[in-house]
Design a protein around this ligand. Structure first.
Ligand SMILES: C[S@@+](CC[C@H](N)C(=O)[O-])C[C@H]1O[C@@H](n2cnc3c(N)ncnc32)[C@H](O)[C@@H]1O
Length: 504
């Protein structure tokens, strides 16, 4: 390998180049193939040459992926510059002569790309093209770092794999609907250990591309390689965010497990939308999926129902009592009681509960992954309207979710509902600091307003009002209202104190 040390130009002579089918031109095998890095008139460029007609890729929109120790693939989505220079779109398969050549090339690619990203693209009018991705725009860097660090660890992937309700539902949804996978191109969005890619390979798809942003991508490659019968179908484990990477082919079907489960303590937390990974799933749809393609899962539903549970209400109300001490080693703590009270009640409670404590049937909010706009997930407003079936005190709003795999053969649901086999998502309850009484037939109205924030979670504003009941109810007046704000990321885990409920 010859490496020119010029800081703005490097050249690599390699073993062979071959253009995959979607490439725009073919190569001549007669000359030694070379790859050059340029930084020409403000645009960083990657040039592949093997004969008279070079292929120019805009480095900014190019990606390289290692397929093996001496084999890589370069993908470029193509672009035009203000100088009307048109950069190619396509795929190049690169064969290096040895591992060291491959390492050097990848290092140079990273260095050139880094230089480009840190400096931005200088346009002739002095402006800089922003090279930040949609993910980076929305998500705080510290949150993303912690998030991908968490998922980069095998033990957390193991937790998900050991949730047999979850994993067996995915397996059944794929295998029972093999007709949807056979001969198709599949993209696994947030592949983790690669388990869903391997399921899809079992169902007989044509090619699968697994996209994973965390270090887990390396383990996924290893796991896939050690399952040789299936690995032939898994073309590529792409390490990067679905918002940023390129995929060599458009997909007929997307598979993903994007249902939120993380908290600030990085243990599981529920409610479908937490983690904000649904947004990445929708972005992947817009970037990679054919317009008539399928999504597994296809839609999700958030269910909500008022709940009566004196015991947990008292448990939470007791916690801030510590701060009511006026003589704690001679110190009056009461100044902080109000803040502590607010803090405890702003934590949604995560555990599994007895569905018999639900006061009325749930209302549901449907999110159709195949049609929703990504921006529609930034703010979700669900109107609430219930008619109580019993006379009781309402302490909280219970929430859970399910998702549908809308297969051509079998429609399969994965549910986290109370009473169904417990999953690692459990259920979520927002406890009202001011519970209220309802009588049978009395109407409760309100809304659940969920607003996304940059630490990959949501703030929940809950308002519930008991309407007039009995004589004068037709005037529609409100008897009592309870409102509170919850932070989905700061939840209170009661799983260790979970009771074994017998379900009728
Ligand atoms: C809930 S886990 C599911 C893992 C695996 N698919 C499974 O079912 O066991 C979600 C995975 O998606 C990855 N992920 C989240 N957001 C991503 C993004 N924007 N781009 C690529 N990967 C992402 C995480 O690192 C994590 O490994």
């Amino acid at each position: 390998m010859e490496v020119a040390r010029n800081p703005i130009e490097q050249e690599f002579t390699i073993a062979s180049l071959s253009h995959l089918p979607s490439s725009s031109s073919s190569s001549s095998p007669a000359l030694s193939p070379i790859i050059q890095f340029f930084s020409d008139s403000g645009v960083s460029e990657l040039r592949f040459e093997q004969g008279s007609e070079p292929l120019n890729f805009n480095l900014c929109v190019s990606q390289v992926f290692k397929l093996g120790p001496t084999e890589s693939i370069c993908v470029c989505q193509g672009s035009e510059t203000d100088k009307e220079k048109i950069y190619s779109r396509g795929l190049i398969n690169i064969q290096f002569r040895n591992e060291e050549e491959s390492r050097n090339f990848h290092f140079a690619f990273k260095e050139f790309k880094k230089e480009f990203i840190t400096q931005g693209l200088n346009l002739p009018n002095g402006a800089q093209l922003d090279s930040k991705s949609k993910f980076d725009d929305k998500v705080e860097a510290s949150s993303a770092k912690m998030y991908f660090h968490y998922y980069g660890q095998l033990l957390h992937q193991q937790n998900m794999l050991q949730d047999y309700v979850r994993t067996s539902s995915y397996y059944a949804a794929v295998i029972e609907n093999r007709v949807d996978f056979a001969g198709q191109v599949v993209v696994d969005v947030g592949a983790g250990s690669g388990i869903l890619s391997l399921f899809a390979a079992q169902a007989g798809e044509k090619h699968v591309y697994a996209v994973e942003a965390s270090e887990m991508a390396d383990y996924a490659r290893k796991l896939i390689a050690e399952n040789p019968l299936l690995s032939q179908k898994i073309k590529l484990v792409v390490k990067g965010k679905v918002e940023d990477v390129e995929c060599p082919e458009k997909a007929d079907i997307l598979i993903s497990e994007p249902m939120g489960k993380l908290s600030n303590r990085m243990v599981c937390l529920t409610l479908l939308i937490n983690e904000r990974m649904l947004e990445s799933y929708v972005i992947a749809r817009d970037r990679f999926l054919f317009s008539n393609g399928k999504m597994f899962p296809t839609l999700g539903r958030i269910h909500m129902a008022p709940f009566s549970d004196e015991y947990v209400y008292i448990e939470i109300a007791n916690k801030p009592l510590f701060w009511q001490q006026q003589n704690y080693y001679g110190i009056d703590l009461t100044a902080l009681h109000g803040t502590a009270f607010h803090g405890y009640f702003s934590q949604p409670v995560v555990d599994a509960f007895n569905p018999r404590l639900l006061v009325v049937p749930a209302v549901s909010h449907v999110i159709n992954f195949t049609t929703i706009n990504e921006e529609d997930l930034y703010k979700i407003n669900v109107p609430l309207k219930f008619t109580s079936t019993v006379g009781t005190r309402i302490h909280r709003l219970a929430c859970w979710f399910d998702v549908l795999f809308d297969g051509s053969t079998v429609q399969r649901w994965l549910t986290t509902a109370p009473g169904a086999p417990t999953t690692h998502w459990y259920q979520l309850r927002c406890v009202l600091s001011q519970p209220f009484f309802v009588m049978p037939g009395q109407e409760v109205v309100g809304h659940l307003h969920m607003i996304a924030y940059s630490a990959q979670s949501y703030t929940i504003n809950l308002t519930m009002s008991a309407k007039m009941w009995g004589p004068g109810a037709e005037q529609g007046g409100i008897l009592q209202t309870s409102s509170f704000k919850f932070d989905l990321k700061k939840s209170y885990y009661r799983m260790s104190q979970m009771q074994a409920y017998s379900i009728a």
